[in-house]
Design a protein around this ligand. Structure first.
Ligand code: PRP
Ligand code: URA
Length: 211
């Protein structure tokens, strides 16, 4: 699993916040805040290679050349529903980013993902695309989402998952070896119902307060 394009977060703040997420006693309000904060911390790491160009700025002292973000604006693409919880954290870093959406749900019995919505920003082929989903379990949803984005022309893809199972990491990176995966932590494995263990339960339900 040690590959250049799989980056594990080892920052104590991220690890601490993930532990809070796992706790069954963490309520919806705190859970949402934590998901957003973790997304921001992971986004900071994932966006360290954004292209920059020198621009001219006049300070109160003198004119100088100084770096600014270059190229087409970033696209953030949450996988609905749970990925929505991570969008605000990325937008806190890059407020001008465009936001696309991919709607997928896992069939409860087969665990196979089904698409119900896909809307991406224009000129997607020119943008750095940050796909966000807190959970990478079997990897079926993540892999399907990346395939949709590629079908629409997307090329520079980074995938941010807060908790992954080894099975999901393997599936996503075998299907899409050209992307970079940023993962908060990799757990033990999957339950018979394809939940991550120990995981945090159903991320969508915990973010939106549904059951
Ligand atoms: C969850 C999660 C991922 C997917 C991961 O979504 O947010 O998208 O499961 O599982 P996988 O790696 O086995 O595909 P879910 O299908 O529960 O939909 P929801 O976000 O609408 O609750
Ligand atoms: N989806 C979730 O929300 N949680 C899991 O553990 C697996 C898939």
């Amino acid at each position: 699993m040690e590959q250049d394009n799989i980056i594990r977060m080892n920052h104590p703040l991220v690890l601490h916040k993930i532990s809070r997420l796992r706790d069954v006693n963490t309520g919806t309000n705190e859970f949402r805040k934590l998901v957003s904060e973790i997304a921001m911390l992971m986004g900071y790491e994932a966006l360290r290679d954004l292209p920059v160009e020198e621009i001219s700025v006049t300070t109160p002292i003198e004119e100088c050349m100084t770096p600014a973000l270059a190229g087409k604006k970033l696209a953030v693409v949450p996988i609905l529903r749970a990925g929505l919880g991570m969008v605000e954290g990325i937008l806190a870093l890059v407020p001008s980013a465009k936001v696309g959406h991919i709607g997928l749900y896992r069939d409860e019995e087969t665990h196979i993902p089904h698409e119900y919505y896909c809307k991406l920003p224009d000129a997607i082929e020119e943008r750095t695309i940050v796909v966000v989903d807190p959970m990478l379990a079997t990897g079926g949803s993540g892999s399907a989402a990346v395939s949709f984005i590629k079908k629409h022309g997307g090329k520079h893809i980074k995938f941010l998952a807060i908790i992954a199972a080894p099975e999901g990491v393997k599936r996503l990176m075998e299907d899409h070896p050209d992307i970079t995966l940023y993962v908060g932590t990799v757990d033990k494995g999957l339950t018979e119902q394809a939940y991550i263990r120990p995981g945090l339960g159903d991320a969508g339900d915990r973010i939106f307060g549904t059951i």
